[in-house]
Design a protein around this ligand. Structure first.
Ligand SMILES: Cc1cc2nc3c(=O)[nH]c(=O)nc-3n(C[C@H](O)[C@H](O)[C@H](O)COP(=O)(O)OP(=O)(O)OC[C@H]3O[C@@H](n4cnc5c(N)ncnc54)[C@H](O)[C@@H]3O)c2cc1C
Length: 474
């Protein structure tokens, strides 16, 4: 009889936990190591915030509505699980994005020079933006807020009218709190390596011309949003299916302890699991409670990673409720416009087929770090507020024929100033206790791409560790 393989316990069955579990098993197999895997998920269902409801012909996404194709890890994962043929690309028209300003929706320029002719910013703000070329680079490497960087390099109007809604749209965050280095590391590099954003873009365009590639904007190479035929929930569903009995739901983990022999003990509500390695893929606030007994300092650092509440409101409308064709990605709303919604995605314009014929699907995001009181808003008032904002911003008339809401009390991790130090603290514990990993949207990227990339980091590290241990014991 062959001896049992190393026991690996993964905590959390969101996309991070499912991907880490699946990849750990597959990568270890490639080295000839069979592991005994258990994935413990607190809820009755897997997927965390990545989940899709199909309602009356509408595709309603709980959390993510897609992922960008500029992170090879996600595409690699999709291919490995056999979902390549299920991928759906965003419609080309969805490259058009809008910002609501002074009572109107304005097309957001896609290339930096076009900002200078766009009607969003006043002339004085454009002049200030153009001066970016001459603003000296920051000389120290201290962390700063996104807002500080925006004001320093591109001016107050740009920071308030462009940066703030963009950050709300991605992180549901507050630019005056988020760390530039944690959320936009490329901007830090551009200033440090080239002296500024315009200088970096010019240099990158020259480099691209020489190599025959496209340079992309300040956010990196141009990327296309993707989903799956049945929505984003298809990815966790497929992973859960491949994991089979290894995935245990209704199993909230209470503590992770270290045994004297160096192994770990994971205590769930009614069972205890011994493990050679533990991947903590539950959000940082849950991880903090679990590991208190192992290291109180790390638990404190993890508990300091804040989450913002986020509400998603999906409204379906017959096409004749719309006075504007709403062709594009959607509209973002700067906080200073006095509208409660952070923005609305035109889901069926991005992914045709996500609404029934002659109907439209508006997906509005509310709450975020600017508006934590959203948690107290009753559900009918949430829908009424979204509807009023749809009427004001997008000219939508009439009652929605389909309404759904997905409310996340702790929706998106806020990488505030000092975040990278908190992540480093967690890495110190990973180094001190080999076999313990922290992964997921709390740490190195709030997106699906961030989770997939980090799942590969964990699985590759474990593969090396397991291969070394198992082969040296053989
Ligand atoms: C409204 C919204 C919109 C978003 N839009 C996008 C987008 O368009 N594109 C994109 O790339 N990303 C988007 N994101 C981010 C994306 O959803 C996350 O990157 C991703 O879902 C995080 O996955 P995760 O596994 O780290 O966390 P989660 O999805 O939160 O999963 C964590 C899991 O751990 C479980 N858990 C918690 N405590 C315990 C415990 N004690 N024991 C066991 N299990 C536990 C939870 O039940 C949960 O299932 C969005 C997020 C939200 C909320």
């Amino acid at each position: 009889m062959s001896s049992p393989g190393p026991q690996i316990v993964v905590i959390g069955g969101g996309i991070a936990g499912l991907a880490s579990a699946y990849l750990t098993r597959e990568l270890a197999r490639e080295r000839g190591v069979e592991i005994e895997l258990t994935v413990l998920e607190a809820n009755e269902r897997h997927g965390g915030s990545t989940r899709t409801d199909h309602v009356d012909g509408y595709t309603c996404e709980w959390g993510p509505n897609g992922f960008l194709d500029n992170e090879p890890a996600t595409l690699d994962l999709v291919k490995r699980v056999g979902l390549n043929d299920e991928l759906v690309k965003a419609d080309e028209n969805s490259a058009n994005r809008y910002i609501y300003h002074s009572g109107k929706m304005h097309l957001v320029p896609t290339k930096p020079p076009k900002f200078l002719v766009s009607d969003i910013l006043p002339f004085s703000a454009k002049l200030r933006m153009a001066r970016e070329f001459f603003i000296p680079a920051k000389t120290d490497d201290s962390d700063e807020t996104v807002d500080n960087f925006g004001r320093r390099r591109l001016g107050k109007a740009f920071a308030e009218l462009m940066l703030d809604p963009m950050v709300s749209g991605i992180f549901a965050g507050n630019t005056q709190e988020l760390s530039l280095a944690a959320v936009f590391p490329k901007m830090v590099e551009m200033e440090r390596d080239y002296g500024g954003l315009f200088r970096a873009m010019i240099a990158k365009q020259k480099e691209a011309k020489r190599s025959g590639k496209t340079a992309g904007g300040p956010g990196g190479p141009n990327a296309v949003l993707h989903t799956f035929r049945q929505g984003m929930g298809q990815l966790p569903d497929k992973l859960a299916n491949l994991l089979g009995d290894a995935l245990v739901t209704n199993a909230p983990v209470k503590t992770v302890a270290r045994r004297e022999d160096g192994r770990f003990q994971v205590v769930s509500e009614d069972r205890t699991f011994d493990a050679d390695a533990v991947i903590v893929a539950a959000p940082s606030y849950a991880a903090a409670t679990m590991i208190k007994e192992i290291d109180e300092n790390v638990a404190t650092a993890l508990a300091a990673i804040q989450y913002a509440p986020v509400d998603v409101v999906c409204h379906g409308h017959p096409t004749d409720h719309l006075s504007d064709p709403l062709k594009g990605f959607g509209v973002l709303i700067p906080r200073r416009e006095g509208v409660r919604s952070l923005g609305t995605l035109w889901s069926d314009a991005i992914f045709p087929g996500q609404a029934p014929d002659r109907h439209r699907l508006l997906r509005t995001i509310m709450g975020g770090a600017h508006d934590p009181q959203i948690k107290e808003l009753e559900t009918d008032k949430l829908h009424a507020t979204a509807a009023a904002d749809h009427a004001k911003v997008q000219g939508v008339i009439g009652e929605p024929s389909m309404k759904r809401e997905f409310r996340f009390e702790r929706g998106i991790a806020q990488y505030t100033v000092g975040h990278l130090d908190r992540v480093k603290t967690s890495e110190t514990l990973e180094n001190d206790l080999p076999g313990l990993y922290f992964t997921g949207a709390s740490y190195r990227g709030v997106s699906i791409n961030g989770c997939a990339k980090d799942a590969f980091r964990v699985a590759s590290s474990l593969r090396e560790r397991l291969a070394a241990t198992v082969h040296s014991a053989a």
